[in-house]
Design a binder for this molecule. Structure first.
Ligand code: ZN
Ligand code: ZN
Length: 353
């Protein structure tokens, strides 16, 4: 098998060739078809996440090299372990990359993403920038028959991350608005998911007019350029009815919109990892019953719900740019340089010679 991974922190990805392993009793070997390229792959390559305020969450201290990147994998079953039933060789599956311990109370409820011992495919375990991928258990497989596999890859990280954030809002109510802050890839799929789930009143916020145009196309009714307005303008646009905000930026300036913007009982869901510290007037949080919620990734059941939403025709998967696996490093560099519109998906079926 051929993979692309980090062999030295902060350095370009290298090609890694090794023998394809045989699955253990509960494992499933996938012959990869496509793998999405995520912004967090850049953080993994550099060896740390910037937690803001000069604090770094180091991966280099706890993850041995090499690290094969890729946590939006989709592919075809090549072989299964002796204990695996009901997973036919040749079937196409999307893989949930967020892997819990499988034994604790939250894992037993299928909420692997809340496991304190969570690991992940493409960060801790070998990932999908590869011709083959070993999945530890069939419960991480999601049947995607009928979906375009290149587009469906993004459901494993960016799709489920946006979906999980939307499910933390209250139900859609007439006259109640939702603001989406940050209209990059996550924000755009977030807006499409909101519309698919019946939230008809959505305000998109960004500092880039071209992204706001894309947000309108994704289904936002109103847009606000945050360089020209803030909480006061949000209140006016929603006529005081802003009941939810999803912050896909996650900076002090965006979290500061929560209290002035939201109506009573409003929910502020923070997802973005720009970092820093938010400050909130506590009396206003209490008296106006405003909830602050964090959201990260999602679980297998949520990915399945998302796939159903696509199958029902209510959610259209965004277009992607497909590149060969051998361009994994070039793709990361393009992402780093801000030259990518929409998601890059690597075609892992045509390895370099
Ligand atoms: Zn990701
Ligand atoms: Zn667990």
């Amino acid at each position: 098998m051929q993979s692309y991974g980090v062999t030295e922190w902060g350095k370009p990805l290298q090609q890694i060739v090794r023998e394809t392993p045989a699955p253990g009793p509960n494992e499933v070997l996938i012959r990869m078809s496509y793998c999405g390229v995520c912004h967090s792959d850049l953080h993994v390559r550099q060896g740390y996440f910037d937690m803001g305020g000069g604090v770094k969450n180091s991966l280099a201290d706890r993850i041995p090299l090499p690290v094969v990147l890729g946590h939006e994998p989709i592919g075809v079953v090549a072989a299964v372990g002796s204990e695996v039933s009901g997973v036919p060789v040749g079937a196409t599956y999307l893989v949930n990359p967020w892997i819990g311990c499988g034994k604790c109370p939250v894992c037993l409820q299928g909420q692997d993403n809340l496991c304190e011992r969570m690991t992940s495919i493409g960060i801790v375990r070998p990932g999908g920038f590869s011709t083959h991928l070993m999945v530890p258990d069939k419960r991480y497989l999601v049947d995607v028959a009928g979906l375009d596999p290149a587009r469906a890859a993004v459901l494993a990280c960016s799709g489920v991350t946006a979906y999980s954030a939307v499910t933390k809002l209250g139900p859609p109510l007439p006259g109640h608005w939702i603001a989406v802050i940050g209209c990059g890839g996550l924000g755009l799929i977030g807006i499409a998911i909101l519309r698919a789930l019946g939230y008809t009143e959505v305000i998109a916020c960004d500092i880039d007019d071209s992204k706001l145009e894309a947000a309108r196309a994704a289904g936002a009714q109103k847009v606000l350029n945050l360089q020209r307005g803030g909480g006061k303008e949000l209140v006016a646009m929603a006529r005081g009815g802003l009941s939810g905000m999803i912050d896909f930026v996650g900076a002090p300036s965006t979290s500061a919109l929560a209290v002035p913007g939201l109506r009573k009982g409003g929910r502020f869901v923070t997802v973005g990892l720009i970092g820093g510290t938010g400050t909130f007037p506590l009396v206003a949080l209490a008296l106006r019953e405003i909830a602050l919620l964090g959201s990260a990734m999602g679980n297998t059941a949520q990915i399945r719900e998302l796939v159903e939403l696509v199958r029902s025709g209510r959610l259209t998967l965004p277009a992607v740019q497909v590149r060969p696996l051998s361009q994994a490093e070039e793709s990361l560099q393009a992402l780093e340089a801000g030259q990518v519109t929409g998601r890059i998906v690597l075609d892992t079926q045509t390895p370099a010679g």
